[in-house]
Design a protein around this ligand. Structure first.
Ligand SMILES: *[C@@H]1O[C@H](CO)[C@@H](O)[C@H](O)[C@H]1NC(C)=O
Ligand SMILES: *[C@@H]1O[C@H](CO)[C@@H](O)[C@H](O)[C@H]1NC(C)=O
Ligand SMILES: *[C@@H]1O[C@H](CO)[C@@H](O)[C@H](O)[C@H]1NC(C)=O
Ligand SMILES: *[C@@H]1O[C@H](CO)[C@@H](O)[C@H](O)[C@H]1NC(C)=O
Ligand SMILES: *[C@@H]1O[C@H](CO)[C@@H](O)[C@H](O)[C@H]1NC(C)=O
Length: 717
């Protein structure tokens, strides 16, 4: 009897305590931040929406997987007050006929991350008030005409990350209030302008990763109100001067991850309101002086991971409102020239110069207001960290992925005022003399860093955060470190990260490919080199094309010692040679450099270069040994290993294609520096030469000569 009562009470409880409300057992029911009744089902394992158990005055339903396998069977009709319906990550296969009929208050319908393959016109019947529809991350293959024509009030539509191959005419019929359209991640290849006639109010348009090669200019003509345009990760090779002529209200443009090799002059001449411009991960070799001339409202400029050799002061002079500049990863850039450029934009607050190689002292002197600085991946040591001294206002500093074995007192002084410092992926030796000072300071800071440095050595402490260490228990000074550990330390900052093994495997692959490329390239190189000695036009070609990039080793004297750290385990590059290294290194004994990064001391200059006169160059007797000797002390061949030597010798003569287009370079006169002697170094630019590269005049070479020069090199390998 008692038990029966107990059971009845238990059953009645929810009803009594919940003041007559019901809530599906798998879900929680509460009020959202706008005070609307909401049902949240996030535990997973659902196979249907528990409509019958949901109170009819609920306004928000959120159902999330994983582990759901929902088919939308029941009608939602009784939930006539529903405003937001999100069923995501739930394997929903299709939408069904008029399933949302009667939901006249529905504003937001989010069905992203499901398994929907088709959407039909009748799916959305009765949804004249819907504002936002999210169908991203499904498996939609095509969308037929007029599918959305019921959604006459729709403002935001996302179809990103589906498999839509084509936009048929009138896809967006009657969506004339649409402001936001995201088509990213669909293999569209083309955007027929006609389709966009129905959505002329569009403000934000995204089509990242759509395999686009070109945009029909008419499209822009149809969408004059565009504010934000995201065309990143497509396949644009060239943008015409008039590309953006008709979109005068752009504030943000993403063109990252394309294949642009130049920003043509005046491309943005009508974008006076542009604030954010992302051109990272392209192939820009130069930024002409007038490219950004009109962008006086620009605050954010990302030029990272291109092939820039320099950035003229002239090209950024007009950017008087620029606050953020990113030039990371332009490994061929001569940072000694950058000081001058930086001086015209001293107002910067955010700067990224990561993955660039050694930073010259004084580089950052112009930036008194810098708050954010990213100089990771630059082979920095305690000594070269002096570069940050002029920046007194720093709040964030990223010096991860460098070669800091320890942090000395000076450096601790430098960084202890900064709110947040990233030091991960440095081969830190956690003993008293390397890290004691920093550990002490960091453990007593009044604020918290987002991440804390992690020890690499000694082995028992590897992986520990320095905040967890007890300073009194540290070793005094770990003087003796085995060779193996030294090698490990020198590479550690790249491989400490998770997935390091994969990185190694990929690097191995790259090296293999490079060696093959080097061998293939040699024939072309040497014929090219020979041609230089014999023909004048050829020399001019080389100079004009900008493909052989010159560096003046003298200019590196100022900071040559920077590579020479204050830390004991010392195997940085010898400071006597100019260095411009890649970000990763190989164990010391078989260090090989990619061609991309070789910096070579002067080749014996063809005498023709010496006087600027027009005398025809006499052919010098350049032999293979001659070349090898001259290049053996280059930075990358530091160990004189056979492979490196061969690479250097081969690279020395490569003038590869793929650098700036012929059209732009033809207009550029030969840089005056070329006539300056004595010294020049050559940076060789990938990708490897192609067959068309051999021009007729090179064929004049006696075949035999080429053979004799190539032979010894191959045997070296
Ligand atoms: C998702 O849809 C595809 C194609 O219709 C189907 O083969 C697959 O089984 C579906 N996956 C699930 C988990 O329902
Ligand atoms: C530049 O930015 C300012 C402030 O954001 C704005 O008032 C001004 O209208 C912008 N200029 C143009 C041409 O858009
Ligand atoms: C670009 O401007 C620099 C001065 O900053 C000047 O030396 C150079 O000749 C200019 N280049 C062109 C192509 O006008
Ligand atoms: C470049 O730096 C800026 C500012 O630090 C950052 O927002 C942006 O994401 C960086 N770009 C890339 C490609 O990392
Ligand atoms: C600094 O730059 C590197 C290289 O571009 C990047 O990977 C890293 O995320 C940046 N740091 C921060 C804090 O954004």
């Amino acid at each position: 009897m008692l038990l029966q009562w107990f059971v009845i009470c238990l059953l009645a409880m929810p009803v009594l305590t919940g003041t007559g409300r019901s809530c599906p057992i798998e879900c929680t029911c509460n009020l959202d931040e706008q005070n609307r009744r909401q049902v949240l089902c996030t535990k997973g394992g659902l196979s249907a929406v528990p409509v019958s158990q949901i109170d009819s005055d609920v306004r928000v339903i959120i159902i999330k997987g994983p582990g759901n396998n929902i088919s939308i069977g029941e009608l939602f009709q009784k939930l006539s007050l529903l405003e937001v319906l999100r069923i995501t990550d739930s394997q929903v296969p299709s939408l069904g006929n008029k399933r949302f009929w009667g939901l006249t208050k529905l504003r937001t319908l989010d069905l992203s991350k499901n398994n929907i393959t088709n959407v039909y016109k009748n799916n959305f019947q009765g949804q004249a008030n819907l504002r936002e529809l999210d169908l991203s991350k499904n498996k939609i293959l095509n969308i037929s005409s007029t599918t959305f024509d019921q959604l006459v009030d729709l403002r935001r539509l996302s179809l990103s990350d589906n498999s839509i191959l084509e936009l048929v005419p009138r896809t967006f019929f009657l969506l004339n209030k649409l402001e936001y359209l995201d088509l990213s991640g669909n293999p569209l290849q083309d955007l027929p302008p006609d389709v966009f006639h129905d959505v002329q109010e569009l403000r934000i348009f995204k089509c990242r990763n759509c395999q686009l090669k070109k945009i029909n200019p008419q499209l822009y003509n149809i969408l004059p109100n565009l504010n934000e345009l995201d065309l990143g990760r497509n396949e644009f090779k060239f943008l015409d001067k008039d590309e953006f002529r008709d979109v005068k209200r752009l504030t943000k443009v993403w063109l990252d991850g394309n294949q642009l090799s130049v920003v043509v002059d005046e491309l943005f001449r009508n974008q006076k309101s542009l604030q954010h411009l992302d051109l990272s991960y392209n192939r820009l070799a130069k930024v002409p002086n007038d490219s950004f001339q009109y962008l006086s409202n620009l605050t954010f400029l990302d030029l990272s991971y291109n092939k820039l050799v320099r950035l003229e002061p002239q090209s950024v002079r007009q950017l008087s409102n620029l606050l953020t500049l990113n030039i990371s990863g332009n490994v061929q850039m001569n940072l000694h020239d950058m000081r001058e450029t930086f001086e015209v934009i001293p107002q910067l607050t955010h700067l990224s110069v990561a993955d660039m190689g050694v930073l010259p002292m004084g580089l950052l002197v112009p930036f008194k207001q810098l708050r954010y600085l990213n100089i990771s991946g630059n082979h920095l040591d305690n000594m070269s960290l002096q570069v940050i001294d002029p920046c007194r206002e720093l709040e964030f500093l990223d010096i991860s992925r460098n070669q800091l074995y320890g942090i000395n007192e000076d450096t601790v002084g430098r960084i202890q005022r900064i709110r947040n410092v990233r030091l991960d992926n440095n081969p830190l030796i956690c003993d008293e003399c390397h890290m004691g000072k920093l550990i002490n300071v960091v453990q007593h800071l009044q604020w918290k860093w987002e991440t804390y440095p992690i020890c690499f050595l000694p082995k028992p402490l590897r992986g520990s955060e320095i905040t967890d260490l007890d300073v009194s228990k540290l070793h005094d000074c770990l003087d003796y470190i085995t060779d193996e550990e030294q090698n490990a330390a020198s590479t550690s900052h790249n491989f400490l990260e998770r997935g390091g093994l994969n990185t190694l495997a990929i690097l191995g692959g790259i090296i293999l490919v490079l060696i093959v490329v080097i061998i293939l390239v040699m024939a072309v190189c040497f014929s090219k080199r020979r041609a230089r000695y014999y023909t004048r036009e050829d020399r001019l070609n080389g100079g004009e094309s900008g493909k052989c990039i010159e560096k003046n080793p003298d200019s590196s004297n100022g900071n040559g010692n920077a590579a020479n750290g204050g830390s004991p385990p010392e195997h940085a590059i010898t400071p006597t040679t100019p260095t411009n290294e890649i970000n990763f290194k190989f164990p010391i004994d078989d260090r090989v450099c990619t061609i991309d990064d070789l910096v070579l001391p002067p080749a014996p200059p063809p005498p023709a270069k010496e006087p600027p006169s027009q005398l025809p160059p006499p052919p010098p007797p350049a032999t293979t040994t001659n070349i090898l000797n001259n290049f053996s002390y280059s930075s990358c061949a530091g160990n004189n290993t056979a492979t490196a030597m061969a690479a250097v010798a081969a690279a020395a003569t490569v003038i590869p294609p793929g650098a700036p287009s012929a059209a732009t370079s033809a207009a550029t006169p030969m840089p005056p520096a070329r006539n300056k002697l004595p010294s020049e170094a050559i940076v060789v630019v990938l990708p490897p030469p192609q067959v068309h590269y051999q021009t007729e005049h090179q064929q004049q070479q006696p075949q035999q000569l080429q053979l004799t020069t190539i032979e010894p090199l191959i045997s070296v390998n």
